[in-house]
Design a protein around this ligand. Structure first.
Ligand code: SAJ
Length: 449
């Protein structure tokens, strides 16, 4: 049962996108924190809390992940390695080592499996906490979940014999970590926070105010806090689907959608630009809408718009291959039996993450159609040794990720390796350079030159 909280939003401090000067942090080592899950969300928040004077232990079920943190592996960001060099983080894979914490921050994955939310990691984390939960403890769920999940976790945590709001406290403070973002970070990103009652909300607000340098908006209920992140990311997915559908339409009409979007972006209000591409990857945008779809089903509602957007975005890898097929036909070549250089495997520019990457779908579609694929990605060690090795002798190239290294490619870089068909899946190349270059260039919604 949720009481309506009086909403007082923090006076938004001038969040310049940079962290406040690192003044000496107060000593809070009497307050022990356990961060459960040391991924791209948990590690930054553990390091942030530690930098603010808390005594932090990072817990992860993965020995490899714990070892990577302990050794400051290259897979960590430079900031994370620097913070760990200044103050090593206590880490463990043994849940008994987090028994002495009084604040538990849960940052475990919430993937979808066959388009259905998989809450096992979250439930497992809560069972570990329930085994050590003590009076006065605070549990914060930062993982992205659909509305109602946090409430469903309360009975798991009350197996400790303790009652929420009376003996222990719970908040949901969804993370907004944006991999690769240099402007916003775990400390400066504004947040929302929800709780099952006033006392939990107050406890949660106090804690997060002590580590964040950003506005913190209390929501009326847990469900509202859970819905915020879902809505944010679903908003992005449907807007990407909108421009992807336009791209397929305008390709037939010889209209360059990029130019149209540049024009529409001159409108100073009520237009937010998104860009068409070969698909939507990552662990957020293509995943979160399924949470809302599932939540709707639980309440007897069928989301048609969210589903349609997912169908459109999931079609883009196939659309990209269809552009390649048409271009090869102009070279009197068939897709089957051709060799294609696939440039980019990760889901996003200049990041290592390959989860849900459309490039993998493109590769699967090509290989099923009898294509020999040579992939190269500077951020994915499993690929070809070099760009040249991937291009040399290929019939065509597909740019599937707009890495900085690929954005500077010119017709010369392709022609010197004999590649005369280029499909620009991220519209990141200079289309006009390819005019009259002897190369067939196709963008997504940019037509063909
Ligand atoms: N994409 C498009 N067109 C676009 C934008 C993205 O096709 O206009 C594709 C990307 O290529 C990628 C996928 O969508 O494959 C996701 O891209 P993303 O920029 O949304 O990257 P994410 O998954 O890292 O999203 C995060 C989200 N942040 C959080 O959930 C805290 C999202 O809410 C942010 O809007 C996004 O970063 C961002 O703005 O960078």
């Amino acid at each position: 049962m949720h009481s309506m909280h009086s909403i007082t939003v923090d006076t938004p401090r001038e969040s310049t996108g940079t962290t406040k000067p690192t003044t000496a942090s107060p000593d809070r080592t009497d307050t022990r924190i356990a961060v459960i899950g040391l991924g791209y969300v948990g590690l930054p928040v553990a390091l942030l809390a530690q930098s603010q004077g808390y005594h932090v232990t990072g817990f992860d079920i993965s020995e490899a992940r714990v070892a990577a943190v302990r050794s400051k592996a290259s897979s960590l960001s430079a900031d994370e390695r620097a913070a760990l060099a200044r103050t090593p983080l206590r880490t463990t894979t043994d849940a008994r080592h987090i028994a002495d914490a009084c604040i538990y921050i849960v940052c475990v994955p919430t993937p979808v499996v066959d388009a259905r939310p998989d809450l096992h990691p979250l439930e497992s984390a809560c069972r570990s906490i329930a085994a050590v939960l003590k009076k006065g403890d605070l549990v914060s769920i930062e993982s992205t979940v659909n509305p109602g999940v946090c409430e469903s976790l309360i009975p798991l945590l009350e197996k400790s014999g303790l009652r929420v709001e009376r003996d222990w406290y719970m908040v949901h403070c969804p993370e907004r970590i944006n991999p690769g973002d240099t402007d916003w970070n775990v400390r400066t990103l504004p947040r929302v926070i929800g709780a099952p009652g006033e006392t939990s909300l107050a406890r949660g607000m106090d804690f997060y105010r002590s580590i964040l340098d950003a506005p913190l908006m209390p929501m009326h209920t847990l469900k509202e806090a859970e819905a915020v992140k879902m809505v944010e990311n679903s908003f992005r997915d449907i807007n990407i689907a909108f421009v992807n559908e336009l791209a397929m339409a305008f390709d037939r009409a010889g209209i360059d959608l990029q130019h149209v979007l540049e024009g529409a972006s001159t409108k100073p209000f009520a237009f937010m630009r998104h860009n068409p591409g070969c698909g939507v990857g990552g662990h957020c945008i293509p995943v979160d809408p399924y949470y809302l779809i599932r939540f709707g089903e639980e309440n007897g509602f069928k989301h048609t718009f969210l589903r349609t957007a997912r169908v459109i975005n999931d079609h883009m890898p196939n659309y990209t291959v269809s552009l390649l097929t048409q271009a090869l036909r102009r070279r009197r070549k068939y897709l089957s039996g051709s060799t294609v250089a696939l440039l980019g495997l990760t889901y996003k520019k200049d990041v290592r993450d390959e989860r849900e990457s459309p490039a993998h779908t493109i590769r699967t579609v090509l290989e099923r159609r009898g294509v020999y694929v040579r992939s190269f990605d500077p951020f994915a060690p499993s690929t070809h040794t070099s760009l040249g090795a991937a291009l040399q002798g290929s019939d065509a190239a597909i740019v599937a990720t707009d890495h900085s290294q690929f954005q500077s490619l010119t017709p010369y870089h392709f022609m010197q390796h004999g590649v005369d068909v280029v499909i620009d899946g991220r519209n990141c190349l200079r289309k006009d350079d390819f005019r009259n270059s002897g190369i067939i260039y196709c963008g997504i919604g940019r037509g063909t030159v």
